[in-house]
Design a protein around this ligand. Structure first.
Ligand code: FE
Ligand code: FE
Ligand code: ZN
Length: 276
């Protein structure tokens, strides 16, 4: 089964996202848990959450991805900023218990000059504070482009977080193709990249793919997404990615610059390129 979807707006609630996904031919999707600025989240409507869970089950969706506000910085030098990230992520995870069995993805953060070691330690401390043995959500570290002092620009940095988190059986990785290309991983040599991932982190940790092309050349450390086939990664490599035996069972989520019609077209295009 090919699981493909895109980022959707959550402003009309949970079940509405499921219906939109069905309308555009998706069988997974991603949404922000709250306004990206990180403000207060709307209260959960348990009935709406249950209706979405039913829809996902009925239509055999892959797990869906809740994305933390990208403005959080769990690796910040400022204790208040770290505390805000901790409270927000803890609240998000409690809310995710209404959608059991899904994924919660976050950006590890930026160490803003204190150095990678200190930044890594702050991220690990935060995760050790918020993960619980009984949670029904898998928390994903996203691979990052390495813009500024972003942590997670190499598989090794993610591995070091995973190794140090006590409850790491609740954790996995979301691989963003634009980000790792911008970080310097050459996806035209896909087997080499996946072998490296497997050696460092283990492919069993890989739970989702953000499928994006990139506006910038390999290793640019920029992070600007392009439409599928409209960037430096290109159609041929993206086709190899969705069909790779180590990846083809995973949920693929588009974060390309598109409106809903554009997403529907890309989903259709990729379904045509997927080999069962
Ligand atoms: Fe992201
Ligand atoms: Fe992403
Ligand atoms: Zn990005």
């Amino acid at each position: 089964m090919f699981y493909i979807g895109c980022h959707l707006s959550s402003s009309n609630g949970f079940e509405a996202m499921g219906k939109t996904a069905l309308d555009i031919g998706a069988n997974t999707f991603q949404f922000f848990t709250r306004n990206p600025r990180g403000s207060k989240a709307k209260p959960i409507d348990p009935k709406d959450a249950a209706a979405l869970q039913t829809l996902l089950k009925t239509h055999h969706f892959a797990p869906i991805i809740a994305h933390a506000p990208y403005t959080l910085n769990p690796a910040s030098a400022d204790p208040k900023t770290r505390e805000f990230a901790r409270l927000t992520m803890q609240d998000d995870l409690q809310r995710m218990e209404y959608l059991p069995g899904n994924l919660y993805n976050f950006h590890p953060g930026s160490h803003v000059g204190q150095g990678i070691e200190t930044g890594l330690q702050f991220i690990v401390t935060l995760l050790n504070d918020i993960l619980t043995p009984h949670q029904a959500t898998t928390v994903l570290l996203e691979t990052m482009a390495g813009k500024g002092s972003e942590i997670g620009r190499s598989f090794d940095e993610l591995k070091r977080i995973l190794d140090a988190v006590k409850q790491n059986e609740k954790m996995g990785v979301c691989l963003d193709t634009c980000h790792i290309h911008d970080a310097g991983y050459d996806l035209s040599r896909l087997d080499d990249v996946l072998n490296e991932f497997d050696k460092q982190i283990g492919l069993s940790r890989l739970k989702a793919i953000h499928l994006n092309d990139s506006l910038n050349p390999l290793g640019a450390h920029k992070d600007r997404h392009a439409v599928i086939g409209g960037g430096a990664i290109g159609m041929q490599t993206l086709t190899k990615i969705i069909n790779h035996p180590a990846l083809k069972h995973l949920p693929f989520c588009l974060e390309t610059p598109n409106d809903l019609n554009g997403y529907a077209r890309e989903i259709k295009l990729l379904r045509g390129l997927y080999r069962d």
